[in-house]
Design a protein around this ligand. Structure first.
Ligand SMILES: O=C(CO)COP(=O)(O)O
Length: 260
């Protein structure tokens, strides 16, 4: 099954709502419409920017989508500071990132919490981008494949095949995030292929063949072509390079198979 690549720009805690508007306008208007037939492009701003991005995307009928960086595992109620999946759905979010390594490590999110968040997103019709990835020590011991597969299984435990068909997985080795140390295309392919075969065990080969698996970690316009050229790598979750309109538009265009 042909999978349409997805390029997702995770802005992390950067850009206010005015800067968000400027960046989205630049990205959208520098990508020719024909590229959106070949690649899905999404921006993942901080919560405070989402309403502004929604107004811009809907008002100008832009072809890119947007999402959120996190979601509450709870439905609603007395959870000060949390944002619910229902709120994100109302804002038109297509995606939500769950289990980013920065949340797993800095906010002590367990696989159980990541699973609960993914379920909430699915209940509200939002696609969770479920992140997994090993730290440097695990990689140096050569245990990265089994570590990532275990983390994936725990973060998806009990989801139905129907639900698994709707998710996106992002493989982000922690040692490659924000470090400039990008995994080789072969490294990315190795883990993404193992993820797909774990998904086949959980949900059957047909479902696994349709799930998009992204690579993340120091992706730039210089390396994205080789990485998404690998058989099981269906796009990228981009941090730093998604904050610069030119870089993000260029790497999206490369993922679509053409120059900007
Ligand atoms: O964490 C990432 C995206 O979610 C990757 O960040 P960088 O692209 O800045 O390494």
């Amino acid at each position: 099954m042909a999978r349409k690549p997805l390029i997702a720009g995770n802005w992390k805690m950067n850009l206010n709502h005015l800067e968000a508007i400027a960046l989205v306008q630049k990205v959208a208007f520098s990508l020719p419409a024909k590229y959106f037939e070949k690649v899905d492009v999404t921006v993942i701003p901080p919560f405070t920017d989402i309403r502004s991005v929604q107004t811009l995307v809907e008002g100008d009928k832009l072809l890119l989508t947007y999402g959120a960086q996190d979601v509450s595992q709870h439905e609603s109620g007395a959870y000060t500071g949390e944002i619910s999946a229902a709120m994100l759905a109302k804002l038109g979010c297509t995606y939500v990132v769950v289990g980013h390594s920065e949340r797993r490590t800095l906010h002590a999110e367990t696989d159980e919490v990541v699973l609960a968040k993914a379920k909430k997103a699915l209940e509200h019709g939002i696609t969770p981008i479920v992140c997994i990835g090993e730290g440097l020590e695990v990689r140096e011991q050569g245990d990265h494949v089994s570590y990532c597969v275990d983390q994936l299984r725990a973060s998806l435990a009990g989801l139905s095949a129907d639900d698994l068909a709707k998710i996106v997985v992002a493989y982000e080795p922690v040692w490659a995030i924000g470090t400039g140390k990008v995994a080789t295309p072969a490294d990315a392919q190795e883990v993404c292929a193992a993820v797909r075969s774990a998904l086949a065990d959980l949900a059957g080969a047909d479902v696994a063949a349709g799930v998009r698996i992204l690579y993340g970690g120091s992706v730039s316009s210089k390396n994205v072509g080789d990485i998404v050229g690998r058989a099981d790598v269906d796009g990228a979750l981009v941090g730093g390079a998604s904050l610069k309109a030119d870089d993000f538009a260029t790497l999206s265009a490369i993922a679509a198979g053409g120059p900007l």
